[in-house]
Design a protein around this ligand. Structure first.
Ligand code: NAG
Ligand code: NAG
Ligand code: NAG
Ligand code: NAG
Length: 506
């Protein structure tokens, strides 16, 4: 299960522009990209309704559901230690001390105890893992999770939760595991997170994202391609995991597994200690990061896109309709960048590409995906390992010719713009495939001749063998046979060293 979520979170995180710098201009390639997933609870705005629903004004005593005669706790909004304001749902629990928002008690029974908790980000997010709400003092016996995709203007139910779905909502109870790929986005009512098991036993109410994703990837997660393909080809599916706001409509508190006990209504209330929302900014695969700007989340759009969710093309880059980035084809995906008009004069690619992009950090419009081994802002240069033949027009498919540097004679396979390969010493020629005068070609390269018929002749009638040694007549010696052999010629060193003292003594 974990590896699926891990993949979902990480596969396309990272750079939108794959850069390679050269002295003669940027060479760029683009890929789909997504910001990192994070716990969005730190950035949510929390609003509770109706006014006066938070406990403590006036101060009130409340009782424990596990033990209705234990009523020692007090809520007092004017005391820092005894108050339970809404922001405690989103705080970090310090040193294991649980802090929570708490409502007034159900003293007005039988009028229902209703409360709305609205979480807003003012930014479209995509859930990447389970949304988990932690209830102290028991989970509600009825609640609805709503979501909005338009900053709270319109709402739709996300999931219904009740200890009796049929009675409360007129819906048959379902589990996410009942879903199939064809009805994955069905809004269900579940009883899994509402039944009474004791206030301390199980506190979590979950909106299952993981399990829904594994419905697509198959029980053993062998079919990741299916997950990507489905997410890519079905906008409705991606929208299902997207939201700008979440709202919990709390409809009935935990009842302790029995009927409402009218004589002790102070044991019924809602208390939430934590809300985890693992998600990422939705940037349509056009941004690798999402920044906090004046407390608001904003996609750092790339690929010449803009807008809060990178959902439009920048002005001037509207040659093609805006499209989101794509997970397909696997595994590298497609950036689907916004393209500019050639008529702007800026996008001139010498017939090696028909696409340009604006690179923010360089402030240039540059051709992308130059073909025919060209590169550069106008596809006017040759890729490494290729060079321009002046006789061939720049717009020709043959504008760039492979260097073909000789592997034995060259220092590298990369030639200059004019096609000259860098030669090892002794080698020469455009490709370094021949040798200088006085050198001869061998497996290791050009080696300097010991003798030849040209610069270094063997003397005194000697003959040159394979450029490496002179074969001398018997009365001549030395590398070039220039030294005469005579009786006074020095004897081998070992011999003379032995003989000299002997001769001296004698
Ligand atoms: C909660 O929100 C719904 C939808 O806007 C509204 O009808 C309802 O009155 C609200 N409940 C409370 C307690 O404010
Ligand atoms: C929401 O974000 C938009 C930019 O996307 C900004 O213009 C607007 O002021 C924000 N609204 C609030 C209430 O923060
Ligand atoms: C989803 O579809 C499957 C079979 O395709 C079916 O068994 C299941 O009941 C459906 N679930 C819901 C909630 O409609
Ligand atoms: C070397 O020997 C050859 C014959 O073996 C002889 O003709 C020649 O004169 C000799 N040269 C010298 C310098 O002794």
């Amino acid at each position: 299960k974990f590896s699926l979520v891990y993949l979902f979170i990480h596969l396309f995180e990272g750079q939108c522009v794959l850069k390679e710098y050269t002295t003669s201009g940027p060479w760029t390639e683009f890929g789909p990209c997504e910001p990192q997933s994070r716990n969005m609870k730190e950035l949510m705005k929390i609003r509770v309704e109706p006014p006066g629903i938070t406990c403590g004004d006036p101060p009130e005593r409340f009782c424990s559901l596990d033990n209705p005669y234990l009523c020692s706790d007090e809520c007092d909004a004017s005391s820092p230690d005894l108050s339970h304001p809404p922001q405690l749902m989103g705080d970090r629990e310090r040193g294991g001390l649980v802090s929570y928002w708490q409502t007034v008690t159900w003293s007005r029974f039988p009028e229902p105890l209703l409360a709305n908790v609205t979480l807003s980000w003012n930014k479209t997010l995509e859930a990447t893992d389970d949304i988990v709400v932690t209830f102290e003092s028991g989970r509600p016996s009825a609640l609805v999770l709503d979501k909005s995709l338009d900053r709270g203007r319109t709402w739709q139910p996300y999931q219904f939760y009740a200890d009796d779905c049929l009675e409360t909502f007129g819906m048959f109870p379902k589990k996410v595991s009942d879903l199939s790929p064809s009805n994955l986005t069905r809004v269900i009512c579940t009883e899994q997170y509402s039944q009474w098991v004791g206030a301390k036993e199980e506190k979590r109410v979950v909106f299952e994202v993981r399990s829904r994703l594994s419905v697509l990837a198959g029980p053993k997660l062998l079919n990741m391609d299916a997950l990507w393909t489905r997410l890519d080809s079905s906008p409705g599916l991606r929208d299902f995991f997207s939201f700008t706001d979440l709202r919990m409509r709390l409809l009935r508190p935990a009842l302790g597994g029995t009927y409402v006990q009218r004589e002790n209504l102070r044991q019924y209330y809602y208390a939430i200690s934590n809300i985890d929302v693992p998600a990422r900014c939705k940037c349509n695969l056009h941004a690798a990061s999402c920044s906090l700007l004046d407390g608001a989340l904003v996609c750092d759009c790339d690929h010449a896109s803009s807008g809060p969710d990178c959902d439009v093309c920048k002005p001037g880059f509207t040659k093609r309709d805006w499209r989101p980035g794509s997970y397909l084809p696997l595994p590298q995906g497609s950036a689907n960048i916004c393209e500019c008009w050639g008529a702007m004069g800026a996008c001139e690619c010498n017939e090696h590409s028909n696409r340009c992009s604006f690179i923010d950090f360089l402030q240039v419009v540059t051709c992308v995906s130059c073909k025919h081994n060209t590169r550069g802002t106008n596809c006017h240069l040759c890729r490494q390992g290729f060079y321009r033949k002046p006789s061939v027009p720049l717009s020709s498919v043959d504008a760039c010719t492979e260097c073909q540097c000789d592997s034995v004679g060259s220092l590298s396979a990369v030639c200059s713009q004019s096609g000259l390969c860098p030669c090892k010493s002794g080698a020469t020629g455009r490709r370094c495939d021949s040798c200088l005068r006085g050198f001869n070609r061998r497996e290791t390269g050009c080696t300097e001749n010991v003798c030849d018929d040209d610069l270094r002749l063997c003397q005194n009638g000697g003959t040159c063998l394979d450029f490496t040694e002179c074969s001398c007549p018997s009365n001549f010696t030395g590398t070039g046979c220039s030294q005469e052999v005579s009786d006074s010629a020095p004897q081998p060193l070992t011999c003379s060293l032995l003989l000299t003292p002997l001769l001296f003594l004698w």
